[in-house]
Design a protein around this ligand. Structure first.
Ligand SMILES: [Zn+2]
Length: 486
């Protein structure tokens, strides 16, 4: 006997070009049987899939839960919004310092607070990536792996002299790092050396130990920010794009890659590449350092809009939204197989927080980041069909590839034995993004008014109904993902 049979769905799987019409049987939260016809009397519950397309639940491997609101509240609203878009697993970046929990100290002390704030509140399965901000955190890498199941570490390359939103004069106050320590290239090198040592210490987990880099260069941005501020012809998101030019990404990618080579640390993730020059640099590094196992990431918002497609300054994000030519370069990189996964970089930032209320049009004073996790799957499906990208590639880009890299071994595909995370999508339904229809607490979207064809109708988390016809009906049963998972 099965717990549930989902009948008559077109099953989309990574690495399987054929979309097959099948019934899916689920038992104990796992896929148990896939066949053209399964007897409905073999299950206690039967759902008619009505010929919808069944995708593996989305793995949003780049979120920022709790960055601008208390984590215990943010994780509720933002994982509800994720679920409505077919996201069933999320990995969120967390660090000490300003924003997030607004505290410094060791991760041994910090992470129990994170776990407590998250427990029992998430509508998706969730994990964390951690940023080692000081030497003590590098020393804690074995503990992060062993006690907390966190084998992936982030480096913010531009924090050396830039804050989250622009220039900053006091980085140690912002980052809450100890006197005498610098957040600089040497620190990034030592993070890679620490991660390399951990690979030797935990050989069974070595494949899942990775370092992820936000690649922008503070020195370039400082000079170009000054020029953009003084240029009367530039304002808003166009000015912000000019202040953080693409070669600042390209240069940081080269530095990151050389450090990986120097430290013999192979598992490098280049986060949210936004421009043709970033892709060019990343591919040069791939050719130059064949021993490094690079992964390259793009956000859904950078794929769905250029900066001219967004009115106002609510589209401020790092790296910036770019001109159309860069958007097309990202799609070309996807078509060429040079992008590994698509994520949201979701950072819910409501208007009161986002915009300086006395200077509502001042892009320099605005905060960086916005939400968008619920648009990953419908956005990719919509564009994929316009651009002739096969659906199984979408499943690779939004589910499988990131799950593999980050040690979610039971996630990312529809195969017997895997977690029964499912998103049923109507490929033909056209709809318009409206922030006031979203579960997110953000209240606006840079993609407002954007029309998509492809709507997530029903979502199952480990076999339990989470979303019914677009409405969240499940409880916050998301589990913590201690990685690598079993
Ligand atoms: Zn991010």
């Amino acid at each position: 006997m099965f717990d549930l049979i989902v009948k008559n769905v077109n099953v989309v799987r990574p690495n399987v070009p054929e979309v097959e019409t099948l019934d899916i049987a689920i038992k104990d939260g796992k896929f148990a049987h896939l066949a053209p016809s399964i007897d409905p009397s073999d299950a206690s519950d039967v759902v008619d899939g009505e010929g919808l397309h069944a995708f593996p639940g989305v793995v949003d491997a780049h979120m920022h839960l709790g960055i601008y609101h208390p984590l215990s509240e943010d994780i509720v609203t933002e994982t509800r919004s994720a679920a409505t878009g077919g996201v069933t697993s999320g990995i969120s970046y967390i660090r000490t310092g300003r924003y997030y929990l607004n505290k410094g100290g060791s991760y041994a002390d910090f992470l129990p607070d994170v776990m407590e704030a998250s427990d029992g509140r998430s509508y998706i399965d969730y994990g964390y990536h951690v940023a080692p901000m000081m030497q003590q955190h590098i020393d804690e890498i074995p503990l992060l792996i062993d006690r907390f199941g966190i084998p992936s570490y982030k480096i913010f390359m531009f924090y050396g002299s830039h804050g989250l939103h622009g220039r900053s004069d006091d980085q140690s106050a912002f980052l809450m790092t100890p006197p005498g320590e610098n957040y600089d290239y040497a620190h990034f090198e030592f993070i890679m050396r620490g991660a390399r040592a951990a690979m030797d210490q935990f050989p069974d987990k070595a494949d899942y130990i990775s370092v992820s880099l936000h690649c922008e260069t503070a020195e370039i941005m400082r000079a170009y920010t000054k020029m953009a501020e003084e240029n009367d012809e530039l304002s808003g998101l166009a000015a912000y794009n000019a202040a953080r030019p693409p070669h600042s990404e390209g240069l940081a990618i080269a530095v990151a890659s050389y450090l990986a080579h120097e430290t013999q640390f192979p598992n490098i993730n280049l986060l949210h590449l936004s421009s043709a020059k970033a892709i060019e640099s990343a591919m040069l590094m791939e050719d130059t350092f064949p021993d490094i196992n690079f992964r390259r990431e793009v956000t859904i918002t950078h794929l769905l809009t250029d900066f001219e497609g967004v009115t106002g300054i609510h589209g401020k994000v790092n790296p910036p939204l770019r001109p159309r030519s860069d958007v097309e370069a990202l799609w070309q990189a996807i078509e060429d197989g040079n992008i590994d996964w698509v994520i949201s970089d979701h950072a819910c930032c409501a208007d009161e927080m986002k915009v300086d209320q006395d200077n509502r049009n001042d892009v320099w004073l605005a905060k960086s980041g916005f939400g968008g996790t619920e648009f990953i799957l419908p956005g990719m499906v919509s564009e994929a069909r316009k651009r002739g990208l096969p659906l199984h590639r979408v499943a690779e880009l939004v589910s499988w590839n990131a799950a593999q890299r980050y040690g979610l071994r039971s996630k990312g595909t529809i195969e017997v034995g895997f977690d029964a995370d499912l998103a049923l999508v109507d490929l033909e339904e056209t709809w318009t993004i409206r922030a006031d229809e979203s579960e997110s607490a953000q209240g606006y979207s840079p993609l407002e008014g954007h029309e998509l064809t492809g709507k997530v109708k029903h979502v199952f988390l480990r076999g339990a109904r989470m979303v019914d016809d677009g409405t969240v009906v499940g409880e916050p049963t998301g589990k913590y993902l201690s990685r690598p998972t079993a």
